[in-house]
Design a protein around this ligand. Structure first.
Ligand code: UD1
Ligand code: CA
Length: 441
């Protein structure tokens, strides 16, 4: 099983938001860790939180138990807060909630070491900038014998570049029982989980260590580290997208933890995917789009400069052009919305054509209302559709209309002031000016 520690105060983040709720790829760090534990062989997870953590309630489930660490007395104490969840487990792997990039494969590797006979397995990493991390002290024969926290380390120990990632697997029985022997005799006066290693060395435990790249185990104590983790997350997401999609300039495309990209998709530069976007096979996302909560069907084309959000669905082969915003709008197959349009709380039938500058007036200052546009309808440019309103199949709305009443199928609706044309009444027109214009041709 996995124990995820998330009770720390996170003061270095300097935020009203608890540290582990800060997001990487649009997902809270602690949820990345819980997801990795779930994908690994850890059937159950115990989440340890502080006393004032209303956010934790929604994270409990059949497989995740939530435990409160009454006082933040250190990582060793935090693990013990979940003690009741250990019953029946063969091994416990401790994960830190501010370590969002740890992978399921690594968690499995650590559990395998203790299930394969080790008492304790420590996950290490190397960095040229070890400041702030616990240093791993090895014996001459290369066995791990202690982990020294920065504040307690001697100058020689501080020079060590092999660091503790925080991931530790502990076999049930004597090794797990040894947690209660941890004392708070260190510079911070905290119960350090890392002291389990020195206790284990004294008790003759069989202790092993594994190594992971820094990019996978970096801890996010402050916002600079959070930004580094985000950069690494994006590198991974881009690499994954490149398996099936062409990205003209991958470094300028930003993904969310749940972005789904189909086969043969093309993504131009400077595209941001917020949460809940799926892009169907063969679709094209042109430059400078910002997309969240949107399903893009196969063969659709979106952008450049499109914004889609709030539960939008773009049908197969549909075309969303520049400066178009969609919000909670369902567009059927082959719909064209080519320029400068806002469709909010709307549904648009197959092959309808929405002219430039069309606006659904969905909000009356109090409530939101829907606009229904039938299949094959044509909305002329610069029309305002004042919701609630429906435009029937095959209906035609003349450009510049302000539509406040339903338009039946196949009808032509014109809702604008009639044009009055008055010869020679231009304020610019006088006999002389007219002559000048004429002579200029
Ligand atoms: C910890 C390790 C350090 C390691 C580093 C890796 C210890 C003593 N030190 O240091 O060796 O190099 O992680 O990133 O473990 N937490 C609780 N309750 C507490 C204190 C902390 O739940 O009382 C949680 C925090 O929410 C956090 C995790 O434990 O998710 C780690 O705590 P943190 O204070 O970030 O430890 P570091 O100083 O980073
Ligand atoms: Ca940390």
């Amino acid at each position: 099983m996995a124990v995820v520690l998330a009770a720390g105060k996170g003061t270095r983040m300097r935020s009203k938001t608890p540290k582990v709720l800060h997001k990487v790829g649009g997902l809270a760090m602690v949820d990345h860790v819980l997801a990795a534990a779930r994908s690994a062989g850890a059937a159950k997870a115990a989440l340890v939180v502080g006393p004032d953590a209303p956010w934790a309630a929604g994270r409990g489930s059949d497989t995740v138990s939530v435990h409160v660490q009454a006082e933040q007395k250190g990582t060793g104490d935090a693990v013990l807060a979940a003690k009741e969840a250990f019953a029946g487990a063969d091994a416990v792997v401790v994960l830190y909630g501010d370590n969002p990039l740890v992978t399921a494969a690594t968690i499995d590797r650590m559990l395998d070491r203790v299930l394969g006979g080790a008492d304790l397995a420590v996950l290490a990493f190397r960095t040229d900038a070890p400041v702030g991390y616990g240093r791993i002290i090895l014996s001459e024969s290369g066995n791990v014998v202690a982990i020294r926290e920065e504040k307690d380390a001697s100058p020689e120990e501080r020079a060590i570049t092999l660091c503790n990632s925080g991931v530790m697997a502990i076999r049930a029985g004597a090794p797990l029982d040894a947690l209660s022997a941890i004392k708070a005799n260190n510079a911070k006066g905290e119960y350090y989980l890392t002291d389990l290693v020195e206790i284990g060395a004294a008790r003759g435990f069989n202790m092993v260590w594994e190594e992971a790249p820094f990019s996978e185990v970096m801890g996010c104590n402050d916002r600079a580290q959070l930004a580094e983790a985000e950069a690494e997350f994006q590198r991974r997401a881009r690499a994954k997208a490149l398996e099936t999609a062409t990205l003209i300039d991958p470094a300028t495309v930003y993904f969310s933890h749940d972005t789904v990209i189909g086969e043969d998709v093309t993504i131009e530069p400077n595209v941001v995917f917020g949460p809940k976007v799926a892009v169907g096979d063969g679709a094209k996302i042109l430059a400078f789009c910002h997309l969240t909560e949107t399903v893009i069907s196969p063969g659709a084309s979106v952008g450049p400069f499109a914004r889609s959000r709030g539960g939008a669905a773009i049908g197969p082969g549909a075309k969303i052009g520049n400066f178009v915003e969609l919000k909670n709008a369902a567009l059927a197959t082959g719909v064209k919305v080519s320029h400068l349009t806002y469709l909010g709380d709307a549904s648009v039938g197959e092959e309808a054509n929405i002219g430039a500058g069309t606006i659904t007036c969905n909000y009356d200052g109090v409530n939101k209302h829907r606009t229904e546009i039938g299949a094959g309808a044509f909305i002329g440019s610069n029309s305002a559709l004042v919701a609630p309103v429906s435009i029937g199949e095959g209906a035609f709305v003349a450009s510049g209309s302000v539509i406040t009443e339903d338009v039946p199928a196949d009808a032509l609706a014109i809702a604008r002031g009639r044009q009055a044309t008055k010869p020679d009444r231009s304020p610019l027109a006088s006999g002389r000016d007219t002559a000048k214009r004429a002579s200029k041709g």
